[in-house]
Design a protein. Structure first.
Lengths: 116, 107
């Protein structure tokens, strides 16, 4: 059974950093690209970043480019999102999602709150 | 970036109603259109991919149609568990973009 489990969220002050993790199980992690998607409180879905199955390519939303870094460790079946220079507007639930053409499995999300 | 526009943004409907949600892309995305359902406090769930292919395990009352710029999600007979927010998403271009969502509420 496919599972994606995010962790690492919490409350952080503006300008600080946080690293999210997404632990995968139940499928061959190294065969799939994985996305980070976020959802601000009572708002819609916003794509954040993607990393290819082998880590060879990454892409970012303009809103996070230069501040966030997506990476993966295929030996640990884990995806990461390093978030630096956090802003109040980065407050959201962050989901990881498997790319199988469509995004067929999502984690339950982890809440990041950026507040002074 | 490709803009995805859903209509309506919200709607009220009764159990048993036929519900139609539309999604329009700002330029052609061929059939690279997915639909997701999201309930409060839960992650989105894939319903339909490639505009009209039903994801495994999704009830057949859900269907999708369209191509290029205009797409439709139809629920043939609304059930109590279908009250949720629905999002379209294009996967033809990066960045992947979502519609703003359509909230289906109980009348």
């Amino acid at each position: 059974q496919v599972h994606l489990v995010e962790s690492g969220g919490g409350v952080v002050q503006p300008g600080r950093s946080l690293r999210l993790s997404c632990a995968a199980s139940g499928f061959t992690f190294r065969n799939f690209g994985i996305h980070w998607v976020r959802q601000a409180p009572d708002k819609g879905l916003e794509w954040v970043a993607v990393i290819w199955y082998d880590g060879s390519s990454t892409h970012y939303a303009d809103s996070v480019k230069g501040r966030f870094t997506i990476s993966r460790d295929n030996s640990k079946n884990t995806l990461y999102l390093q978030m630096n220079s956090l802003r109040v507007e980065d407050t959201a639930v962050y989901y990881c999602a498997r790319d199988n053409g469509a995004w067929d499995y999502w984690g339950q999300g982890t809440l990041v709150t950026v507040s002074s | 970036d490709i803009q995805m526009t859903q209509s309506p943004s919200s709607m009220s409907a009764s159990v048993g109603d036929r519900v139609t949600i539309t999604c329009r892309a700002s330029q052609s995305i061929r059939n690279s259109l997915n639909w997701y359902q999201q309930k409060p406090g839960e992650a989105p769930k894939l319903l339909i991919f490639d505009a009209s292919t039903l994801q495994s395990g999704v009830p057949s009352r859900f269907s999708g149609s369209g191509s290029e710029t205009d797409f439709t999600l139809t629920i043939s007979s609304l059930q109590p568990e279908d009250f949720a927010t629905y999002y379209c998403q294009q996967t033809d271009y990066t960045p992947r973009t979502f519609g703003q969502g359509t909230k289906v509420e109980i009348k």
